[in-house]
Design a protein around this ligand. Sequence first.
Ligand code: SAH
Length: 227
Amino acid sequence: MWQASIFTLYPDMFPGPLGTSLSGEALKRGTWSLEAHQIREHGLGRHRAVDDTPAGGGPGMVIRADVLAASLDAGLPADDPRPRLLMSPRGRPLTQERVRALAAGPGVAIVCGRFEGVDERVIAGRGLEEVSIGDYVLSGGEIASMVLLDACVRLLPGVMGKEASGSEESFEGGLLEYPHYTRPREWEGREIPEVLLSGDHARIARWRREQAERLTAERRPDLLPRD
Ligand code: SAH
């Protein structure tokens, strides 16, 4: 079973949307498991404080290293083989390649930041790897972690069903995906491209390849190999 352990101040957010549709069914079937640990259980004092003011001044609050480390140490055995990720806008951007590698492994442990983030020392002290889901700032790591989990879980064996879905998708061949059409054949005066109705599989494959290359060149030239 592919195992996800989440360290968060908002465990009630899980499984959230991951409890429905493909990921929810796979969760019920036991294809993957999800555990959400409340960091605050290791908070300090009567108020179970988890954060404090930033050293050096400035706005906001920072999650304490000692509190987060205590939560991780209680929730993860020292020899747990799963990568320990910290959702962070400063991290390496998540890619489909990385998602594939994570889905092929034993699972993930994920720390969700809040406020200004976490004390830098716990990142090194507990070997956390920072992962970003894009160049924008969210208010917390929970939704970012769900994005990562959703992308991984749909690749687990049996989750997407028998179709070859996955192998022809955007990014998989280094290209964006070709356009899709379905019935009706004509809609508001727009036709399905004739080639797709031709039954000529070689021609269809060629057309799809050309479309994928055209879309990628137009929208994401950064994905094309540089000669
Ligand atoms: N002060 C931080 C942002 C904190 S946002 C900075 O400028 O880098 C609060 C939390 O939301 C972060 O700790 C992280 O866990 C999460 N988060 C925000 N944006 C994210 C992104 N693009 N990818 C992944 N996690 C993100």
